[in-house]
Design a protein around this ligand. Structure first.
Ligand SMILES: Nc1ncnc2c1ncn2[C@@H]1O[C@H](COP(=O)(O)OP(=O)(O)O)[C@@H](O)[C@H]1O
Ligand SMILES: [Mg+2]
Length: 365
């Protein structure tokens, strides 16, 4: 799949932008703070209806304006489709698929498949569990349209349970939330386990290839409940909420459940988070991201669009080469700041855009 055209009105620092991409390498080149990441953010927004920078929608509206508009025209094997979003100060956002307004976000989410790779992702191995959960959740949001819906229901119930724990509560109410959490949580845990199983097979192979067979990458789901069957997960989750109530009351929050899940990553048998070098951790992160792309391809039958935000400058030349060699046949939109990086990106099918202060110009070399 690829994006043919992007239109922005009053989005971030763009008043009005119309840009045509090629189905190959698209390079957004420019100094810092000119609007390169904003373009990637807009494309990613069309896929997930939320920003990857975890900001509120309103922050996306150009300062001093009341509304922001994003439109993308995409091409799949089956033909073209468009996604449009109108974000407004006052009302809920409106999303259209092929020009028709959709009342459910899940009808729009995941039509455009996008993988975004930013410097944060290079720290996937090293950082805390929330970064790894976000990695898993973003992927599942795209391939399971209902996932985001269940996740938001779960988070709502969790918030209410936590409030109840902190207040003078009526004990019978807690059970209502335990049941809800077990219901929504079982959907989340079931799909996370299934996804990590697939991921572990693919990323092991990628990693072997990237490290010339020197490193064995193993990943494992780490959660309070591990079961194959969704009903079993539900039962066990329910029990774990029930059994931790005394502890939760003391702590003032819910101590068990998928909000604490993690992904354990091992290199040659040892925990990569603690024992691997920075270079090894980065290579493992690349293997995980490349596997994410393959899983989307497997689920959707087409490669997603790959957005690479300032990733090149953080990798040494060998790792840049490994990354780019593995990325044949995808549309790539990448940002760079240094002209030196541009020289290194020696591709036949490329288009270069220069980004200066919310304006974009095609750059001929
Ligand atoms: N809501 C907004 N309205 C107007 N300008 C914004 C808004 N949000 C961010 N900006 C501006 O966008 C620029 C940053 O854009 P970004 O795409 O992150 O830069 P970079 O080219 O370094 O990737 C900054 O100049 C910032 O002030
Ligand atoms: Mg940037």
């Amino acid at each position: 799949m690829f994006i043919k055209r992007l239109e922005l009105i009053n989005f971030r620092n763009y008043s009005n932008l119309n840009i045509e991409f090629i189905n190959g390498f698209n390079i957004l080149y420019g100094q810092n703070a000119q609007g390169k990441t904003n373009i990637l953010e807009a494309i990613n927004y069309l896929s997930l209806l939320k920003s990857h920078r975890s900001v509120k929608d309103k922050e996306l509206i150009k300062w001093g304006k009341g509304k922001a508009y994003i439109k993308g025209v995409f091409q799949k094997n089956l033909g073209d489709f468009s996604v449009e979003v109108l974000i407004s100060e006052e009302s809920r956002k409106e999303a259209k698929l092929n020009g028709i307004k959709q009342n459910k976000a899940s009808e729009v989410i995941g039509n455009a498949n996008v993988v975004i790779f930013s410097p944060d992702d290079l720290r996937l191995v090293k950082e805390g569990p929330e970064v790894r959960r976000k990695f898993i959740d973003n992927e599942l949001n795209q391939i399971k349209p209902k996932y985001q819906y269940y996740l938001s229901l779960y988070n709502k119930a969790l918030f209410q349970r936590n409030n109840l724990l902190k207040s003078n509560f009526d004990k019978s109410l807690i059970d209502v939330y335990d049941q809800q959490l077990a219901e929504y949580g079982s959907y989340i845990v079931f799909h996370r386990i299934e996804f990590i199983k697939k991921l572990s097979i693919i990323c092991r192979l990628f990693h072997r290839k990237i490290t010339d067979g020197k490193e064995e990458l193993v990943i494992r789901y780490k959660g309070d409940v591990y079961e194959e069957d969704i009903n079993k997960i539900k039962e066990k989750l329910y029990l774990s909420y029930k059994n931790s109530i005394e502890e939760d009351l003391k702590k003032g929050y819910t101590s068990k459940g998928p909000q604490r899940d993690d992904l354990q990553i091992f290199l040659n048998g040892v925990d990569a988070k603690t024992f691997a070098s920075q270079g090894q951790q980065r290579t493992a992160a690349i293997s995980l991201k490349l596997s994410e792309i393959e899983i989307i391809k497997g689920e959707r039958g087409e490669y997603p669009i790959l957005l690479l935000d300032d990733v090149m400058s953080e990798l040494d030349i060998l790792r840049q080469k490994h990354l780019l060699d593995s990325l044949k046949g995808l549309q790539i939109i990448l940002t760079i700041t240094g002209i030196d990086d541009l020289g290194r990106l020696d591709f036949k099918n490329k288009k270069i855009f220069e980004v200066v202060d919310g304006r974009v110009q095609i750059k001929e070399l």
